[in-house]
Design a protein around this ligand. Structure first.
Ligand SMILES: [Zn+2]
Length: 78
């Protein structure tokens, strides 16, 4: 069930990806997330089921598997 990339129309393939998002002023990283990935532009698509899993993890406030430091670059800081 290969889909077409909505951005560049290249064929997409199933892969496990790292997904980073901001949530309540913090940065949260999910690893090994099942996704459809575009090899050409890097677009990731998640099924509704996967999005539900990510949101459930966020709202569960479960302790994370591990934590990492995040580098911040502010374009307004010159
Ligand atoms: Zn693409």
């Amino acid at each position: 069930m290969s889909r077409e990339c909505p951005v560049c129309h290249h064929a997409m393939h199933a892969a496990l990806v790292r997904h980073v998002q901001t949530w309540q002023e913090t940065v949260v990283m999910f690893e090994h997330v099942p996704a459809e990935v575009c090899a050409q532009c890097g677009e990731h698509l998640f099924t509704g089921e996967v999005v539900d899993r990510l949101n459930n993890l966020l709202w569960s406030l479960a302790p994370p598997t591990r934590t990492v430091a995040v580098a911040v670059y502010d374009l307004a800081a010159g």
